[in-house]
Each structure stands twice: as structure tokens, then as C-alpha cells.
Design a protein around this ligand. Structure first.
Ligand code: ATP
Length: 344
């Protein structure tokens, strides 16, 4: 894994996105500035907005900007309906080889949830498995189809190493590898074998493994048992939404897509929320927490900590959190409260 150093005031590509994207991006940019984050934003288009304005949901200028600056903050994107349009999110992950999807889920005081004491980081392999795109009908009548899960030693090792390095960097104690190697003995067996090999290089971190179905049950019965989870693409896709549910839903869940040499895209994991666009009530917490991860990534940990503190204070109070979390504030009122708490 390569580490990169960033300038004191790096340029970051900002893709506001579709639906509520511009509303939550404006709130997030304001909160970052209040927290002392030193970022030069370069705005670029993607998704439906880009398709409408340029005919291309992922314009070359956007790709070039991310290539140049290596870091992006991205709001939710819609995929235009119609032939030939692939998911922009999937295209970006493949184009920049963003192999690790990282989703921290921590119980947030004040946010309604069934659980307390959840503090899990899900590291999901982002490029292989059933998402490698190897799919076809097996006969001309299209009476049957197959999708092939590709698991490579290379792809497994880099994401598992990332999970262990993340654990070490963040003072975490345990990495749990999630698989189905009892049935998928070759593909999942390879992922597990690589996990066991990599674990030997990290004697300071406890390593264990768990079958995915047992994991799903344990996550809802005793989520406090987990620390860092590393898993393959499909299981990670499903389980990371489950873990978001443990802390109150997708509205408060941040995510990072990490590649090599510092390249990373930070994003909110919720959708474009077309039902509330333009009403000024969208909750920007997911994107703000992703922005805190971005600040850490570019070496601005102090600003990240200030931003997180502001978010936690504003969420803890029913009068300053947003309606989707049972609160009384709109986007503006919530963002004002975040900024006030940062400056207090
Ligand atoms: P998409 O098609 O982009 O996935 P969607 O509406 O199917 O959009 P979400 O955007 O995730 O899926 O929305 C699901 C529900 O959660 C909607 O009622 C939406 O308004 C709400 N929601 C999602 N994100 C937020 C947010 N940040 N703030 C407030 N409500 C949100």
C-alpha cells in the first residue's frame, strides 16, 4: 500500500450530484470551511445533471479532474434510464481501481436506533467477485444465465492488507474476515487463505473469520462483538447496509472508496431522495461525515475532528437535527448548529 502526502491546501474535485446532492454539498462545504479544512474545490458534473447538460453522465473533464487531483467528494448520482448508460459509481470505481470501500458505522448519541455501542468498520472489496461483470446467457433461447464470481490472490491481498493497516492506524484490535468458504471452497477459500497469510504479518491484531450467514445473525444480536470486518464485494454490499441500519440508517452513513497512491472518492451512501428535492429538509450528515474522512485522508486530522464534533453536537439535540432523524431542524438550521458547535 502506498501512502501519499498532500499539499497544505489540496485541490479536491467536488461532484455535487443529483437530487438533494447540491443542497447537502453546499451544507458540507460550509461546515468544512468552519472546521478550518483547507480545500480548494474544483466543481465537476456527473450523473443525471451531467447527462442533461453534456449528454454524458461521466464527462471526460470530470475523469480528468479526479485523475489530476486524486481526491473527490461526491453527492448521490442518478443513472439515466436507457441503453448504454452504466452506473457512474461502478464506472468510477473501476476507472480509478478504487478497490477498498470503507464504511465506518458508529452509534451516534441522539440518532434514533435500536442499538447502542456499535462501532464497526466494514472494508468491502470493490472490484471483483460477482461484480466483475462476467455474465452471460448460456443458450440462444436465453433460458438460463450465469454470473461468475472472480476472486484473485492479488485483489484479495490488497484489500485485506488495507483492512489490517486501517486497524493499526486507528488503534483497532480485531479484524474479522467474512466468507462462505464452507460452500464456495475455491473462490471464498482463496480469500480466506490469503486472509490467514496476511494476518500473520499483524501479530498485534486479533484475526478471526466468520461465515456470512452467521455474521448476519451475530450483527443483529451482538453488534458490539465486531470491530473491523473485511469481506468480498457481494457480502460487503449487503452487510454494509445492514450495519448502517444498526446506527439509524443510510442518512448518517459515510463511505470512502480507496485506491492506490492516495486516490480516493468520498461519498454519501444514500440515494438522490427525489421526493424531498428543493424543500431544504435534506440531511447532510452522511456527506459531512464522508468529508471528515476526506480531511483525514489529506492529512487534516484536526479539522476532521472539529467537523465530527460539530456534527455530533448538532445531532444530539432534537431541535437541531433534521426531520428524517425525528428532529425539528431543516438543512439550514442543522448546518447552522454544526457551525456554531465547531466555533464554540
Ligand atoms: P435513488 O433512486 O437515488 O436511490 P431513492 O429515493 O430510491 O433514490 P434514497 O435516496 O436513498 O433512495 O431515499 C430513500 C428515502 O430516504 C427517501 O424517502 C428519501 O427522501 C430519504 N432520504 C435519503 N437520503 C436522505 C437524506 N440525506 N436526508 C433526508 N432524507 C433522505
Amino acid at each position: 500500500m502506498t501512502t501519499t502526502s498532500f499539499p497544505a491546501r489540496p485541490t479536491v474535485t467536488l461532484i455535487e450530484g443529483d437530487g438533494i446532492g447540491p443542497e447537502i454539498a453546499a451544507a458540507t462545504v460550509r461546515a468544512i470551511a468552519a472546521a478550518g479544512g483547507q480545500i480548494e474545490w474544483e466543481r465537476q458534473l456527473a450523473g443525471m445533471t451531467a447527462a442533461e447538460q453534456t449528454g454524458d453522465p461521466l464527462p471526460a473533464a470530470t475523469v480528468a479532474s479526479i485523475k489530476q487531483h486524486q481526491v473527490a467528494l461526491k453527492g448521490p448520482l442518478g443513472t439515466p434510464i436507457g441503453a448504454g448508460f452504466r452506473s457512474v459509481n461502478v464506472t468510477l470505481r473501476q476507472q480509478f481501481d478504487l478497490y477498498a470501500n470503507v464504511r465506518p458505522t458508529v452509534t451516534i448519541p441522539g440518532v434514533p436506533s435500536r442499538y447502542t455501542g456499535v462501532d464497526i468498520v466494514m472494508v468491502r472489496e470493490n472490484t471483483e467477485d460477482l461484480y466483475a461483470g462476467v455474465e452471460h446467457y448460456i443458450d440462444a433461447r436465453r433460458s438460463a444465465a450465469e454470473s461468475i464470481a472472480i476472486i484473485t490472490r492479488y485483489g484479495s491481498e490488497r484489500v485485506i492488507v488495507y483492512a489490517f493497516e486501517y486497524a493499526r492506524r486507528h488503534g483497532r484490535k480485531r479484524v474479522t474476515l467474512v466468507h462462505k468458504a464452507n460452500i464456495l471452497k475455491l473462490s471464498n477459500g482463496l480469500f480466506l487463505d490469503v486472509g490467514r497469510e496476511v494476518a500473520q504479518r499483524y501479530p498485534d491484531i486479533v484475526f478471526d473469520d466468520m461465515i456470512v450467514d452467521a455474521t448476519a445473525m451475530k450483527l443483529v444480536v451482538a453488534p458490539e462483538r465486531f470491530d473491523v470486518i473485511v469481506t468480498m464485494n457481494l457480502f460487503g454490499d449487503i452487510l454494509s447496509d445492514l450495519t448502517a441500519g444498526l446506527i439509524g440508517g443510510l442518512g448518517v452513513a459515510p463511505a470512502a472508496n480507496i485506491g492506490d497512491a492516495g486516490c480516493a472518492i468520498f461519498e454519501a451512501v444514500h440515494g438522490t431522495a427525489p421526493d424531498i428535492v428543493g424543500r431544504g429538509i435534506a440531511n447532510p450528515t452522511g456527506l459531512m461525515l464522508s468529508a471528515a474522512m476526506l480531511l483525514e485522508h489529506v492529512g487534516q486530522g484536526d479539522a476532521a475532528a472539529r467537523l465530527r464534533k460539530g456534527i455530533l453536537v448538532a445531532l444530539a439535540d432534537v431541535t437541531t437535527r433534521t426531520g428524517d432523524l425525528g428532529g425539528q431542524a431543516d438543512t439550514r438550521g442543522y448546518t447552522d448548529a454544526v457551525v456554531r458547535a465547531i466555533e464554540a
